[in-house]
Design a protein around this ligand. Structure first.
Ligand SMILES: Nc1ncnc2c1ncn2[C@@H]1O[C@H](COP(=O)(O)OP(=O)(O)OP(=O)(O)O)[C@@H](O)[C@H]1O
Ligand SMILES: [Mg+2]
Length: 310
C-alpha cells in the first residue's frame, strides 16, 4: 500500500474539510480523486504530504506514519500543485534545476535529469527561455516537470490541466498513462470527468470531505444500475424484428417508432454486435448510443452536477 488514509478529520474553524475520509492507494495505481469545488481534494493532498496537521484519524505513506516531520516521505513524492509554482523570471532549465536542488541533487544529476525531464514534458528546445513568455499549457507542463526531477515513486497532481489548451491537455493525459505503465503511483485530482475516466484505474468520488463512492469505472457504473440507450434508425422496421430483439435476453426494453428502435440495455453490457446482426437486413441508417458515465454516477449519488469548467 502506497497511501493509507483512515477516518481522517480536518477542520478549518467550523468548516469540516475532511470528514471521516478514508482512501487506500496501491503501488502502480492511478487513482482519480473527483469532486466539486471545496470537496476537500487539495486538503486531502496536503494532509498526505504532511503540509497540514490532521485533527483525527491516521495517514501513512509508503507504510510510514505521516506526522508531518518525516523527510523521507516528502523525498519520495512529486507534488504538482494546483497553482503554478514556477518562477517566471527564470528559464525553464533553471526552474527544473532549482526544484531538483531542493531534493539535494548534485550539479551533474541536475544537468542530466533536466535534459530527460525536458524531453518528457516536450519542452526540449525551449529550455533556455524565461518562462514568463510561455503559454499556459507550456507553464503547466513545466510545473509538472519540476515535480519529476527527483524521479519520485508517487506523483500527486492537483488539477494539472486547469486553464490549458486541448493539445497540452492531451499531452498531459498521455504522459500520465505512460508514467503509470512504468509503475509510478499517481494520485490525480480533477473536476473533469472525462479526464478521470481516461487516466484512472480507480476512482474516488468525494464531496463535503468524505467519500461518496469508490472503485473502478465499471464498478461505479454498475452501482447506479444505469442503463445504456441505443437509438437505431432503419429504412423499414418491422414488428417481427421488434419481437426478435425483445427475445435477446440482455435487452431490457425495446420500443419501435417511425422506423427507429429504441433499445435499453443495462449499463456495462455491450451487445451492439448481436443487435446489429439481428436487424442488418433492414438497412441501418443511423445509430446513436449513450452509455451511463461518471457524470450519471455523480449525479445519482449526490443529486448534484459536477461543474464542467474550472
Ligand atoms: N487554509 C484553509 N483555511 C480555511 N479553510 C480552508 C483552508 N483550506 C481549505 N479550506 C476549506 O476546506 C474546504 C475544502 O477545500 P479544498 O481546497 O480541499 O477543496 P478542493 O476540493 O480542493 O476544491 P477546488 O476544486 O476548488 O480546488 C473548503 O470549504 C475550503 O474553504
Ligand atoms: Mg483544490
Amino acid at each position: 500500500m502506497i497511501i493509507h488514509i483512515e477516518n481522517v478529520m480536518k477542520r478549518f474553524g467550523n468548516n469540516l474539510a475532511l470528514d471521516t475520509f478514508s482512501l487506500d492507494v496501491k503501488k502502480g495505481e492511478v487513482i482519480g480523486l473527483l469532486g466539486p469545488n471545496g470537496a476537500g481534494k487539495t486538503t486531502c493532498i496536503r494532509a498526505i504530504i504532511g503540509l497540514i496537521p490532521i485533527d483525527d484519524g491516521e495517514i501513512s505513506v509508503f507504510g510510514i506514519h505521516q506526522d508531518g516531520k518525516n523527510k523521507e516521505i516528502k523525498r519520495r513524492i512529486g507534488y504538482v500543485t494546483q497553482e503554478l509554482t514556477i518562477y517566471e523570471e527564470m528559464t525553464a532549465k533553471e526552474n527544473l534545476e532549482f526544484f531538483g536542488s531542493l531534493y539535494g541533487m548534485t550539479k551533474e544529476q541536475l544537468a542530466t535529469r533536466s535534459l530527460e525531464v525536458a524531453k518528457i514534458i516536450g519542452l526540449e528546445g525551449r529550455m533556455r527561455e524565461k518562462t514568463k513568455h510561455f503559454s499556459g499549457g507550456m507553464k503547466r507542463r513545466l510545473n509538472i516537470g519540476c515535480s519529476l526531477m527527483h524521479d519520485p515513486e508517487l506523483i500527486i497532481m492537483d488539477e494539472p490541466t486547469v486553464g490549458i489548451d486541448p493539445q497540452s491537455r492531451n499531452f498531459i493525459l498521455e504522459f500520465v498513462k505512460q508514467l503509470a505503465t512504468k509503475g509510478t503511483t499517481i494520485l490525480y485530482t480533477s473536476h473533469y470527468i472525462e479526464e478521470v475516466e481516461a487516466v484512472a484505474s480507480n476512482i474516488c468520488i468525494m464531496d463535503q470531505g468524505h467519500t461518496i463512492a469508490s472503485g473502478t469505472l465499471p464498478e461505479l457504473i454498475a452501482r447506479i444500475k444505469g442503463d445504456a440507450h441505443m437509438l437505431i434508425d432503419v429504412r423499414i422496421a418491422s414488428e417481427e424484428k421488434l419481437k426478435a430483439l425483445r427475445a435477446i435476453p440482455e435487452i431490457k426494453e425495446v420500443a419501435l417508432e417511425n422506423n427507429q428502435y429504441h433499445i435499453i440495455v443495462p449499463g456495462g453490457i455491450t451487445i451492439i454486435d448481436k443487435i446489429i446482426a439481428e436487424i442488418a437486413d433492414q438497412t441501418i441508417v443511423n445509430i446513436n448510443s449513450k452509455q451511463p458515465n461518471l457524470e450519471d454516477v455523480f449525479l445519482t449519488l449526490t443529486g448534484k452536477q459536477l461543474r464542467d469548467e474550472a
